[in-house]
Design a protein around this ligand. Structure first.
Ligand code: ZN
Length: 321
């Protein structure tokens, strides 16, 4: 099962620090909604893929391949079956879906009649399939790649022309079963080795710190309430209360520190940490040494970075400390 995206967590935390009346808030709010839908769709697909009983090591999620001419290509889900590599493109878009050409795009008509356009999933799938095939070829792996569009929304109604196949998540166990039993080219061990090879091709994409790439200013730097995400009062003690719901709580220093790295900066010295959190030097050092941070020693300046892979989120996107 794939992990809750840290970028989505960071975007949610950043939204709570923004002025709700600003244009940026609306735009980033839209992005947050789209990412949330994407995440929920992928989760649903994961559940049905798991039901097929295929070995978990034969499944690869969120693989990013770097292509010299095209840039980064994001592959949602790859399943190495006995006869071919299934490449799933997951779309979680409800409503009536139609394809348009010149330019190729996906038209969605919602139940209330509102029309919205998205990138053409078949164009994406064709490109992704070509990229993946080339990588397998160059490693002399002679498994064909089959792209499959998965419509993860419960109420999406595709009206696609002939030859444009799409599947619902419930069809996945059958699809995987067929691919495993048709003209087998590899066995379980080979398939696991191929999946491991593909995983090694992953080049992680780091979108952090989020505010710097967007030139956002005027963000709230203080702590957020653990209950309602309201802004906390700054007190002289570790115990404080929320301006919005009034709940009394301990200062969530570590949460706030993680936000620093996700939103504002790549590195932090303990001096900067003192100023950011409003704590004394010994407190700043102990916080930086006990959280998911990496210490970099240098002769003139010791600084800390965030160990992104050590930040644990549950499936609802809540930080687990
Ligand atoms: Zn609160």
């Amino acid at each position: 099962m794939r992990r809750f995206p840290l970028e989505l967590y960071g975007i949610r935390r950043m939204l709570r620090r923004m002025d709700e009346r600003s244009a940026d808030y609306l735009e980033i709010g839209e992005q947050e909604r789209a990412m949330t839908f994407g995440w929920l769709g992928e989760r649903r697909v994961d559940q049905f893929v798991a039901r097929s009983g295929i070995h978990p090591e034969r499944i690869i999620t969120n693989l990013t391949l770097h292509q010299p001419t095209v840039g980064a290509v994001q592959l949602d889900t790859i399943i190495v079956t006995n006869s071919r590599v299934l490449l799933l493109e997951v779309k979680n878009i409800h409503g009536t879906l139609e394809l348009e050409s010149a330019p190729a795009r996906l038209k969605r008509t919602a139940a209330d009649g509102v029309i919205q356009y998205f990138g053409c999933p078949y164009t994406q799938l064709t490109n992704a399939t070509a990229v993946l095939s080339r990588r397998l070829d160059s490693h002399r792996i002679s498994l064909p790649v089959e792209g499959a569009l998965i419509l993860a929304a419960k109420n999406s109604e595709p009206k696609f022309p002939k030859g444009h196949q799409a599947y619902f998540p419930s069809e996945l166990p059958g699809l995987i079963h067929r691919a495993n039993n048709e003209s087998k080219l590899v066995n379980n061990e080979d398939a696991i080795a191929i999946a491991a090879y593909l995983r090694r091709l992953h080049s992680p994409f780091n979108p952090f710190p989020l505010a710097s790439s967007r030139e956002l200013t005027g963000l709230y730097h203080g702590s957020l309430c653990s209950l309602c995400d309201g802004h906390l009062r700054i007190g002289s003690t570790r115990k404080t209360d929320c301006r919005k719901c009034g709940a009394s709580q301990w200062m969530p220093y570590t949460e706030n520190l993680i936000d620093y790295f996700l939103i504002w900066g790549d590195t932090l010295t303990s001096r900067q940490c003192e100023a950011y959190l409003g704590v004394k030097g010994t407190k700043a050092k102990s916080l930086l040494r006990s959280g998911p941070f990496i210490r970099h020693l240098s002769s003139h300046r010791t600084y800390y970075t965030l160990d992104y892979s050590a930040v644990r989120l549950n499936s609802n996107g809540k930080l687990m400390l």
